[in-house]
Design a protein. Structure first.
Length: 256
């Protein structure tokens, strides 16, 4: 019974209604059966059982045939469950691509005169991951596929743990980055340039300048918990970009 309950819960998580999952499992155990026998086995009234059976037929998990003027229902091979779930995955992926392609249309509905400045805060590694995903999304659509970073040795190692494939994805999308490294360390990566500030230690913050946003990420000294806030303001972005570029030029090319 315990194993059957676990299988039912698994079917429910895959998108099959709870009662329909119970009907399928019972029918799988009974073999081809008329609706009355199935209804008795699942302890559900005959009309509801008949409806559930036809739902399962539409999903490709149950079939039927006639024998001596009676209608028999039969559970399809359990491998059909995988096929059903794979079809759902394909549908979700298609919907995701459509949503992604229509994102500008959704954004246009926000209004023609949005607030000049917005500030949002994020907590923890999941919050940082959301920011990193936004960096990729925004820069992929940006005409200038270059963003800027102040990378501190004090925080950089733990920053990308929530998104370990970030660099690989950035390179794949043809996005470039310039990094001013504060403190020693850091390594060459494709589609990136790095220059160092001559300082023996890092700072407790990490900054990303991209699209029309400026992100500041800090890390608590005791808990190593990450905190971040994002300022969306074109004028602040322009100012930060000018300061970064002036510093970048002043640092010059790294010695080989």
């Amino acid at each position: 019974m315990h194993a059957t309950t676990e299988l039912q819960q698994l079917l429910v998580r895959s998108g099959i209604a709870e009662k329909a999952a119970r009907v399928y499992l019972v029918l799988l155990a009974l073999g081809p059966s008329p609706v009355r026998r199935v209804a008795q086995a699942v302890n559900i009234n005959r009309g509801t059982t008949h409806t559930l059976l036809h739902e399962l037929i539409e999903q490709g998990l149950v079939s039927y045939y006639h024998k001596q003027k009676r209608k028999y229902f039969a559970a399809e091979d359990p491998s059909k469950i995988l096929t059903l779930f794979q079809d759902k995955i394909a549908d979700f992926q298609k919907t995701y691509r459509e949503l992604q392609s229509q994102l500008p249309a959704f954004l246009s509905l926000q209004g023609k005169a949005p607030a000049k400045t917005s500030v949002r805060s994020y907590e923890g590694r999941q919050g940082v991951r959301l920011i990193l995903e936004d960096v990729l999304s925004e820069m992929e659509q940006n005409d200038e596929k270059l963003y800027r970073v102040y990378s501190s040795v004090s925080i950089r190692d733990g920053l990308y743990r929530s998104f370990p494939s970030f660099t690989k994805e950035r390179i794949k999308r043809g996005i470039f980055v310039r990094v001013v490294a504060i403190g020693a360390g850091g390594e060459y990566q494709e589609h990136s340039e790095r220059r160092w500030l001559p300082t023996p230690c890092g700072t407790p913050t990490y900054r990303i300048i991209y699209a029309d946003k400026v992100v500041t990420i800090s890390q608590s000294a005791n808990t190593e918990e990450l905190h971040a806030f994002v300022i969306k303001d074109e004028e602040i972005f322009k100012t930060e970009t000018i300061i970064f570029d002036q510093l970048w030029n002043a640092l010059g090319s790294p010695k080989q």
